[in-house]
Ligand binder design. Sequence first.
Ligand code: ARG
Length: 605
Amino acid sequence: MNLARVIQDRFRPALAGLVADPEPYVAMVKPTQDAKHGDYQANCAMSLSKTLGKKPRDIAQDIVARLDRGDLLEPPEIAGPGFINLRLQSSWLARQLQTMAADDRLGVAPAQPPKTFVIDFSSPNVAKPMHVGHLRSTIIGDALARLLRFLGHTVVTDNHLGDWGTQFGMILFGYKNFVHDNAFVQDPVRELSRLYVLVREISKAAEDDDEANDAESRTTLTAEGRQIAQLAADASRKETAKLHAADPENVRLWQLFMPHCMEEIERSYRRLDVKFDHTHGESFYNPMLRGVVESLLEQKVAEPGDDGAIIIRFTDKNVALVQKRDGAFTYTTSDLATIRHRMDAWHPDAILYVVDFRQALHFKNLFAAARCWGFDQVALEHISFGSVLGKDGKPIKTREGGAVELGALLDEAIERAAQVYDANVQESRDRGDDVPDLSDAERRQIHEAVGVGAVKYADLSQNRASNYVFDFDKMLAMNGNTATYMQYAYARNRSIFRKGNVDVARFRANPPPALLDTPHERALALQLLRLEEALARATEEYHPSEITSYLWDLSKTYSGFFQNCPVLKAETPALRDSRLLLCDLTARVIRLCLDLLGIRTVERM
Ligand code: ARG
């Protein structure tokens, strides 16, 4: 149940008597920032004042008089220039809490109507091991998939691997000319990665020299250097073109490289608990590219350019290539083929591309081209995100200046989680607290859940559009808006039930009445019932950080409750039951939210 919407539904008829289109004013019923103004507030009287030519306070009075409060709301209070402060009746909250407890979905209604989403995420270029740059797309995309699925939508996840582009030309050229045979036998992915970096460094110099207008990024090349760079760039391009033209040797090498590359990235996905329904990389679309370009030409979406290439012209200066003059197809061509395939195969209402902000122009162009080409019914959305920065505020790098590999990063996260956790256990022991005796395997599981969870939560709790600083100490903090804190809150909560020997099943099958007499109990009930509202906000513009903000608010409210309201030692059995109900619901909501973020919880820590 979406609380804001329930209240808005009461306002609609009240407002309908005053204005022709009440919707914009209905939408002005919102949660308050400060509990002293009630639970929700309606600010519509001020905006209506111009339209109706009356004083806002009079309008507010009018609205309140027309409002059917039923058993939902206390009598509203009109404040300041004409704010309508709303407070839900505690008895109503108490009843909703029981309904929520008895529901597996914790009262969250399935989306109406359910839609079909394709989510394109992670999508690394596989010629090199996954690095920190792939982290955000993988984590954010997975969280959105889990969220939309939970809300009842059909979600098709598709990992659009870069397994066919110019980087493969680079490793083909590198492999043919510079491979260390032994290194390749011992660790193929690392050797391919080395070759990729080597060739890219050389050939990039040619590009920089060609294209850079600003002195800063220009490489100073000697005539000979320029020649070598140009040679390498041309040779790589030729290798790509040969691969695309099914040259047997290049296809053989591609087939030799791919399983190694895949094994490496799948290891990362296993560690991150990320799965895909489909992994259609760029190579999958190769057989369709010629047909795509023909169709684009036929429908006058694309045109021949001056130099024999085929282009889509958006403006005079903004042109996308769909076929280069050497015959090679491009990233855009394969992305257009991908849209057509996805539409044919899954008929989605929306396709979400979780890709970093630097590709904004590519997607803007791609979507415009797709609409021109006839795909104008599907919502195409670039779910953009910022960079992961090091503590120096620059894009994160290893000490040697290379890309931080994902595997190494997760290893370190788990290692540090182990230190934080073990130190905390020791401290609790020293204090004489009850600490569960856990096996090594259990401890290992906790270290992994805490380490990987910390990395995910730190990322998801940021507004995705911003950059964020990657900081292990902050993300593993025991207090604050971190996964570690939430995981502890969950496990401590579960320990109440173990300690009191309480069977949780009763609180779900047959929930006892909730008694909400203290402000702490009432505040917690309200916060729990706001779950659906938070998930709706997260879905609106695809912001998982709405879920972490909600969790953070919930955990603060819970700790206020827990410090002030004895649970197992409550004054009466009825109060004990009611408080246990609040505890159990808090645990279930935390667990659900973490699950939607792809973060594991453990029962004992
Ligand atoms: N492989 C690309 C890269 O690493 C990302 C692909 C994103 N998805 C897409 N359909 N273009 O930059």
